[in-house]
Write a protein that binds this ligand. Structure first.
Ligand code: FRU
Length: 531
């Protein structure tokens, strides 16, 4: 079987009650290349049915590539904007194209037309770097009735997201000023720009403006292969976005995910009034292993995103529909976990499980004093893996663990006292995830801000699925997706434990876990992806 690689999610949307996901599908084998747009639909975001390939390079305006893009509804009808690569003396010459459904009465929108009379709809004029001009966002309409879209680029080494305006979504003009830019951040891929409600979890349509709304701007930094975002204000008069604090930055920016998660994209689900986030997680195994396995890359479980009450960051949670895969439930009674304890959670399929454990927030006086030099959470997690004893913590889960714990992926918290305030460190430690040496076993970490008045509980939810461990810390304030390849802890040989390796006791207030069924994903017959 040919190797199948999937990368960026493209043009996610809901149309007439059916969810659509397109994605970049590399048809050239073990390495990225010969991209087409794969297309799948679903009624629940969990079980998917693939349709024929939606787009392949076919016209002068995309003959060298059909790259990432987004969907926008214009008077209730979807239009896709995507990046086309054209033949040129210049390497990867990028333009923006549009595609429309051939038959709007087809519930699955299987066929897509690329109108030759309009395409390309946007060219890299005005000195734009033509090999760094891609990934149009979902469009939004200003109070003046004019459509906007933003496209990732770079000027020198400064990342930039150019703004374009249109009356009809066909003819576009570049605005003088970009929507946003930041120094020395390199190429901005896959920008995403959307409003979030100041109060509550409800998602908003992309064009919503007003006082009760903040805006989120996210980019995928080509240099680091991470997605960063800021929360800020969008001024529809000047068409500029200004972050409230911080910036899109290689080290200190906010991330949707502190593990593997790239080229992400949100859409507004008007039926369930939520904003849903998709992201791509690549492999941490060697290319040789990917070839053996026959596939590479996956789409993470879709997540609902909303603004945290303090307005400083987003929160995320797996879409509720994922819970329909839960089968047998096990639970552990509320109890104190003494320092050094390791407790097995028995009776479930630990290789495919949904685990939700809650710990009581330890007392600040029992927390280790934070050293001011500990500013990088990922480095801190690497230097203090699960085996390093602390005071309050490390405590958490050992997922995909072998019987004698030679293999384990540890997801845990450490609680620190920083000038009499809490700092909670969340880690996903892959260093012992597999006996296979060739994997990338980088440890990931994030600092989580907790407010003892609100957060009396430190919750940890991990979705475990063979080579994926997606962990949501403290009600979704930080998320870490890890890719791991145990050799012993597979299928029925996988175990799950809860542990406390701090000197202080910690109260586990509840632990619920479910074995998970497989989602039904139907692939195309001729070019089969692997199970
Ligand atoms: C991000 C990206 C996009 C581009 C696409 C090509 O992973 O590089 O910028 O449109 O992938 O596959």
């Amino acid at each position: 079987m040919a190797l199948v690689e999937i990368t960026d999610p493209n043009a996610p949307m809901i149309y007439n009650g059916i969810y659509h996901l397109f994605y970049q599908w590399s048809t050239s084998g073990a390495v990225w290349g010969d991209i087409v747009w794969a297309h799948a639909t679903s009624t629940d975001l969990v079980n998917w049915n693939h349709h024929k390939i939606a787009m392949v390079p076919s016209e002068p305006f995309d003959i060298e590539g059909v790259w990432s893009g987004s969907a926008t509804f214009i008077q209730g009808k979807p239009i896709i904007q995507y990046t086309g690569i054209i033949k040129s003396n210049q390497w990867n010459y990028q333009v923006q194209d549009m595609a429309v459904p051939k038959d709007l009465s087809d519930p699955y929108l299987v066929e897509w037309n690329k109108p030759i009379e309009y395409n390309p709809v946007i060219k890299p004029t005005d000195g734009i770097n033509a090999s760094a001009f891609r990934d149009p966002t979902t469009g939004w309409k200003g109070p003046d009735g004019i459509w906007r879209t933003t496209i990732g680029s770079k000027v020198g080494n400064n990342g930039v997201s150019f703004l374009f305006r249109s009356n009809d979504f066909i003819h576009w003009n570049k605005a003088k000023e970009p929507l946003h830019w930041a120094k020395d951040t390199g190429m901005w891929e896959c920008p995403d720009f959307f409003p979030v409600a100041v109060d509550g979890k409800e998602g908003l349509d992309t064009s919503v403006l007003g006082h009760s709304v903040k805006h989120v701007f996210k980019v995928s930094l080509d240099d680091t292969k991470h997605d960063y975002y800021t929360i800020g204000t969008y001024n529809p008069k000047t068409d500029r976005y200004t972050p409230d604090e911080g910036s899109i930055d290689n080290d200190s920016g906010l991330r949707f995910d502190y593990g593997k998660f790239y080229a992400s994209k949100t859409f507004f689900d008007h039926e369930k009034k939520r904003r849903v986030l998709w992201g791509w997680a690549n492999e941490s195994s060697s290319v040789a292993d990917d070839v053996k396995k026959g596939w590479a890359g996956l789409q993470a479980v879709p997540r609902t995103v909303w603004l945290e009450e303090n307005g400083k960051q987003l929160k995320q949670w797996p879409v509720e529909e994922i819970e329909q895969l839960r089968t047998k439930r096990v639970s552990l009674r509320s109890q104190v976990l003494k320092g050094g304890s390791v407790l097995e959670v028995l009776g479930l399929t630990a290789s495919q499980a949904d685990v939700d454990v809650k710990f009581k927030l330890p007392k600040l006086k029992d927390a280790e004093i934070m050293d001011p030099s500990w500013v990088n959470p990922q480095l801190l997690c690497s230097s203090k893996p699960a085996s390093v004893q602390g005071k309050s913590g490390p405590f958490g889960l050992l997922a995909l663990a072998s019987k004698n714990l030679e293999e384990q992926t540890a997801i845990f918290f450490r609680v620190f006292n920083h000038q009499n305030k809490y700092v909670v460190l969340m880690c996903s430690d892959q260093s012992r995830s597999s006996l296979e040496e060739s994997n990338d076993k980088t440890t990931y970490g994030a600092f989580i801000h907790v407010d003892p008045h609100h957060d009396q509980t430190l919750s940890l939810r991990s979705l475990i699925d063979h080579s994926v461990v997606e962990s949501y810390g403290v009600d979704g304030k930080a998320v870490i997706l890890a890719r791991v390849y145990p050799t012993l802890a597979t299928d029925k040989e996988a175990h799950l434990y809860v542990f406390n390796n701090g000197t202080e006791n910690v109260k586990m207030s509840s632990l619920k876990a479910w074995s998970m069924k497989k989602a039904e994903i139907k692939y195309l017959k001729d070019l089969k992806h692997s199970d």
